[in-house]
Design a protein around this ligand. Structure first.
Ligand SMILES: [Zn+2]
Length: 318
């Protein structure tokens, strides 16, 4: 791949982008503050959301309710979401764009449970790369956990909650707000309401994050780097005196060596924690619905019956 980024440049560029973002925010009129939202601006009413499972216009009341629900769930939600959940919460359009346009991500820097990655940008983009930060919320637990570093790394990428951010405009103007409300934002917390530009205030991942969440779960190279970081930090805990966590940078050659020959397949499961956000179906309702479809032989009805049976089976689990 001729257009691979230089790793050294990527780290500098990430820092530069962060400063630019702060500066542009200082001058920005793209972000509305919450008081403006509650009052005269109609942008709020035109935004749509898939929160609650249906695409419909979002209102300030929706967001207030969403925040309240998040607050009620407490630490469970404020501690981030797993990579699989983040993918499951993403809009199909962004998943599709990632499949078509974002071929790779590369990890370039790791320190104390925090990863910096770069992805390619789409052909239409004004920039060449995008910079993504991922933080492992349970990193301390991974250090304390018994077992080999590679096992702990596997646990972190597959099962534990993350916080993340991307430097693209989609994330900056929309998803940072959603991520802040949902408690999975890395870096700056955005409480200002986004003014209309893209009509959807929905999803968790931009197309770059969709790629990163996929590679994070699947790449053996990334996992090995995380294991190295865990090993070093475990040693640091055992040998007090070295105050600063070790910084791991990935060389150009290593980074290229970690890239798969073909882009990894993006797989999306439905968001797994939705059941905690919306009321569960009662067993009686499920039985009733199954009775309606019982005996029907067309493919659609049979699929519905299977889905209902799966739902019923879930409920019997402790
Ligand atoms: Zn992005």
């Amino acid at each position: 791949m001729a257009d691979l980024p230089r790793v050294g440049n990527a780290i500098q560029a990430a820092n530069r982008r962060r400063l630019q973002e702060l500066e542009s925010r200082r001058q920005a009129r793209v972000i509305l503050n919450p008081v403006e939202v509650a009052g005269k601006y109609s942008a709020a009413r035109m935004l749509t959301t898939t929160l609650g499972g249906q695409v419909r216009p979002i209102t300030p009341q929706d967001l207030a309710a969403f925040r309240k629900a998040v607050a009620n769930l407490g630490k469970k939600v404020s501690q981030g979401i797993t990579a699989a959940e983040a993918l499951g919460l993403s809009r199909p359009a962004d998943v599709q764009r990632a499949r078509e346009e974002i071929r790779y991500s590369m990890v370039v820097r790791l320190q104390a449970g925090k990863l910096q990655l770069v992805t390619n940008a789409s052909a239409q983009s004004r920039v060449n790369r995008h910079h993504v930060t991922v933080e492992f919320v349970q990193y301390s637990a991974a250090l304390a956990r018994p077992g080999k570093p590679l096992g702990a790394a596997m646990w972190l990428v597959k099962e534990t909650p993350l916080r993340f951010e991307c430097d693209c405009e989609h994330f900056r103007y929309f998803l940072r707000y959603v991520a802040s409300a949902g408690g999975w934002v890395a870096g700056r917390v955005e409480h200002g309401y986004p003014k209309l530009k893209n009509p959807m205030l929905a999803g968790a991942c931009c197309k770059h994050l969709v790629r990163v969440m996929t590679d994070l779960q699947q790449s053996g190279g990334i996992r090995q780097r995380i294991a190295n970081m865990i090993e070093a930090d475990r040693q640091r805990i055992d040998a007090p005196g070295k105050a600063r966590p070790k910084v791991f940078t990935v060389s150009q050659q290593e980074a290229e060596g970690m890239l798969p020959k073909r882009a990894r397949t993006i797989r999306v499961q439905p968001y797994q924690r939705r059941a905690t956000l919306t009321p569960k179906a009662t067993a009686a309702d499920i039985r009733l619905a199954m009775a309606v479809y019982a005996g029907k032989t067309d493919a659609a009805s049979q699929a519905i019956t299977r889905a209902l049976a799966a739902l019923a089976a879930q409920q019997t689990r402790p």
